[in-house]
Design a binder for this molecule. Structure first.
Ligand code: AMP
Length: 613
């Protein structure tokens, strides 16, 4: 039987209290399936994508089993990237809010070793880290794993893809054999299966259900959008969608239902929340208001929307991606009712694209891409509506009095009829501007376009700027021992350097790929710690063996002082390879990263409050 509540899963009150505060109503399917096994101390092999709730699926039971009095690390979570390490550590912190004295520590390359050592010395219960840095700490004996009772490999296939899997195996070899192990992976390539077979003891296998169903009367589309742009994306879509009458918007938490409904109301929509915290009477009232058109949008959790049947719903918006295909099919069944056609729109972040494929497979339907409407598209729509309103007023209203007012105005104000009309249009649109805010930054439609569709990021100015940096010695070219032969991509190289050595991708310059090596431009003032990490780094399981290009210098040499302002002037020693025609024709050149994954997100654009019209 599927546990319906977190209580039924047997979690202790402080955890339940924290879950209620973060607004989770019910366990997601992966949580309902994993938590009992992990509570029982069993090993687990979970095939789960981002978005299924897998973090809480391992964090909650491991917190439940923690001995807070014991201050040596009891749980170690390995993640492929530092972003994920931080996210997972934050999730542990959130769920452990009411566990007094609980400590979790994210550790990753690029962060000060001194700070990490101090925090480790102080005592932590859970460590979440990237493989490289965890290895460093194990080797220096600063991470004592004698008391380790559980180890989690999160996004194991990503760790494989990024070339960290040997490090992961090394870590598995260096942890107490009697630990409990959970491995989560979106896909199960052979190598991961082998690792599971070798290091997991009689694991329970958990996979999210891919129930198949056809949803014929609903047009399905998806929109790739960053989490921080979802609200803007939603309002743009609502503006330009044809045949919009009423919508149900699905979010994950009760808190999110209230927050989003309030934001939509502030933007002029008749919206309300529907969640499990509301009394039955209140919920019925909301549904009734939606039915009779007093509300156009209801923002709901899956539980609260169960059984909702309102024929006027034209749109289902999956603002937060559902946990599994069953929930998806359920959700989109709220539209296209009573023989009408409906539209379902799914918001997907880059990390959730896996889930999209799974939904497509399960529903046996292609979900069309919906490009985010641009500022211009929204403005065009508003202008068209405005024109229609003007035409309707001219056709239907008695304007005699207003004709006189304008005639007077024309005589007195030294202005043409055109100018007067433009001024009136300006006044009329104040509440709902015909133009979206003046371009104060890139359009979100641009920011959310898949990378492959974006225009080249580097302009001439930037290229010159970067060349200047090389000439001034701010960037130095390094040679790394991986190239096309090792099937690495610039993304792999940037990913490894950014995540493990903590060099922000925007500080990584040009990358040239050759047959069996590449060159990469890095800041000249790297400290010895970062250089040490770089020296040990592997990409796609191949050591980078990084050295200064053209001078046969290992980075540690540079670390004694600085690599110095030595942009390679003469032909570097190794350029003979590049010059050998059959080996390497023109190298593939990749410009520096414009907007890397580790760049701070752009602040939300300021918005004029628009009135409730
Ligand atoms: P994950 O798949 O672990 O990356 O989780 C995806 C998102 O779902 C995160 O924002 C979580 O906070 C949220 N989440 C996880 N479990 C639940 C739940 N039971 N109810 C509501 N939201 C959840």
């Amino acid at each position: 039987m599927n546990p319906e509540t977190f209580q039924q899963l047997g979690l202790r009150p402080p955890l339940l209290e924290a879950l209620s505060e973060v607004g989770y109503e019910t366990p997601s399917p992966i949580q309902a399936a994993c938590i009992p096994h992990l509570l029982a101390g069993t090993d687990l092999l979970g095939e789960a994508q981002t978005g299924t709730g897998k973090t809480a699926a391992f964090a909650l039971p491991l917190l439940e089993r923690l001995d807070l009095a014991q201050r040596n690390p009891q749980v170690l979570v390995l993640t492929p990237t530092r972003e994920l390490a931080v996210q997972v550590a934050e999730a542990f912190q959130r769920y452990a809010k009411h566990l007094p004295g609980f400590h979790v520590l994210p550790i990753y390359g690029g962060q000060s070793m001194v700070v990490q050592l101090r925090q480790l010395n102080r005592g932590v219960h859970v460590v979440v880290g990237t493989p490289g840095r965890v290895m460093d700490h194990i080797e220096r004996r600063s991470l004592n794993l004698d008391s380790l009772s559980a180890l989690v490999l999160d996004e194991a296939d990503e760790m494989l893809r990024m070339g960290f899997i040997d490090d992961v195996e090394w870590i598995l070899e260096h942890t107490p054999a009697e630990r409990q192990t959970a491995l989560f992976s979106a896909t199960m390539p052979e190598r991961i299966r082998r690792i599971a077979h070798r290091y997991l003891h009689a694991p329970q296998e958990v996979k999210i259900q891919a129930s198949t169903a056809t949803v014929l009367s609903t047009r399905q589309r998806y929109c790739q959008v960053n989490a921080q742009h979802k609200l803007d994306a939603l309002t743009r879509i609502l503006e330009v969608e044809d045949a919009f009458d009423a919508a149900i918007i699905f979010v994950r938490t009760k808190t999110a239902t209230v927050e989003l409904a309030e934001k939509l109301e502030a933007r002029g929509y008749a919206a309300a929340a529907l969640n499990g915290d509301m009394t039955q009477q209140l919920r019925e009232r909301v549904v009734e208001q939606l039915k009779r058109g007093a509300l156009d949008i209801v923002v709901a959790t899956d539980v609260a929307a169960r059984g909702l049947d309102v024929p006027r719903i034209t749109h289902v918006i999956n603002y937060d991606i559902p946990y599994d295909t069953e929930a998806y099919v359920h959700r989109i069944g709220r539209t296209g009712r009573a023989g009408r056609s409906g539209t379902a729109i799914l918001f997907v972040t880059t990390r959730e694209m896996h889930m999209l494929k799974i939904i497509e497979r399960a529903t046996r339907q292609k979900i069309e891409a919906l490009p985010l409407p641009s500022r211009q598209a929204v403005a065009d729509r508003r202008v068209a509506q405005f024109r229609r309103q003007v035409e309707e007023v001219i056709a239907a209203e008695d304007l005699a009095f207003f004709n006189d007012v304008i005639a007077d105005l024309e005589g007195q104000a030294n202005a043409s009829l055109h100018e007067i009309a433009a001024a009136l249009a300006f006044l009329a649109q104040r509440e709902r501007p015909l133009q979206l805010e003046p371009a104060s930054g890139p359009d979100i439609a641009e920011l959310n376009r898949p990378r492959s569709e974006r225009p080249p990021r580097e302009n001439r100015e930037q290229i010159l700027g970067r060349r200047r940096e090389v000439a001034e010695g701010k960037l130095v070219r390094y040679r790394i021992a991986v190239g096309r032969e090792q099937q690495v991509t610039p993304k792999d190289i940037v990913g490894a350097i950014a995540n493990e050595a903590g060099i922000e991708s925007r500080h990584i310059g040009q990358i040239n790929l050759y047959e069996d090596y590449s060159t990469v431009e890095l800041p000249a003032d790297l400290d010895s710690q970062t250089l040490n990490i770089l020296r040990r780094l592997r990409v796609r399981q191949h050591p980078l063996s990084i050295q200064l290009a053209g001078e046969n210098e290992a980075p540690e040499h540079a670390s004694r002082g600085r690599p110095g302002p030595r942009a390679p002037k003469a032909a570097p020693r190794w350029t003979k390879d590049a010059a050998t025609p059959e080996r390497s024709k023109a190298p593939r050149t990749f410009p520096p990263r414009g907007r890397g994954p580790d760049r701070p997100p752009k602040p939300a654009r300021p918005r004029k409050p628009s009135g409730n019209k």
